[in-house]
Design a binder for this molecule. Sequence first.
Ligand SMILES: Nc1ncnc2c1ncn2[C@@H]1O[C@H](COP(=O)(O)OP(=O)(O)OP(=O)(O)O)[C@@H](O)[C@H]1O
Ligand SMILES: [Mg+2]
Length: 255
Amino acid sequence: MSAADSPLVNAWKPEAPWAVEALREAEFGELRLIYHSSNYVYLATLQHPEHGEGLAIYKPEQGEQPLYDFPDGLYRREVAAYEFSMILDWPIIPPTVAREDGPHGPGSLQLFIQHDPNEHYFELRDRDRYDEQFLRFAYFDLAANNADRKGGHLLLDPDGRIWGIDNGLCFHAIEKFRTVIWDYAGNVMPEAWMEDLVRVRGCLALADPTTEAFRALLSRSEIDALVARLDHLIGHPVLPEMEDFARRVHPWPLV
Ligand SMILES: Nc1ncnc2c1ncn2[C@@H]1O[C@H](COP(=O)(O)OP(=O)(O)OP(=O)(O)O)[C@@H](O)[C@H]1O
Ligand SMILES: [Mg+2]
């Protein structure tokens, strides 16, 4: 099955205040394999006694293609990306939880974002109304050290909001930044986002309880590296140019 085959409608919306609870508690129903992904990824139909039927993306650890540079359990980074967006108060990653009891074992369960797969970054970037949302992703991915921000992984929902999916290659302790979002190089970070980064940097460094769920998903050295990246961004709040990196800075494929 491909998300492009038929428009899929999800009754569960990403901004529903109960979305995380529903993902944690729902029963798994039908699973459909998504064939065009590099890992075993499933579209899951979920049932919840209160919230009814919803759709989510289930990425079991068992189905992950091992990578030489990241440890197994990439699904935890999917959850970490969501938790990081929550502590920043930047709601740009779909609600994502870890389910130990998935039908193919432990994995991530992420709310399915209703979208048109043809509306990817390279189509949307020319329409000015999405600039602010893409800018925020540029800063988020820098902070998270996202090694794989592809154009097809920024999904536009029916309400005009953009959500970032496939965040499993974030938070490595070594710099691995790769993205398609280079159109805003030189942008100076808006003050309000800077305040969020300063606040989160402080909470992480002090191991504040509000960051506990997030910290539990990563290693100590990965958290230390994140704090160092935040320090750098706070000291130099400008989006870098491609030329600032002495290596390939685009993911492959681009979409
Ligand atoms: N939250 C989501 N909402 C809607 N569709 C999603 C979501 N997460 C994943 N998908 C769909 O599933 C596909 C595969 O998911 P994902 O990209 O996360 O897996 P992958 O194994 O890393 O694949 P790829 O090789 O494309 O990087 C996506 O290209 C997209 O079509
Ligand atoms: Mg991927």
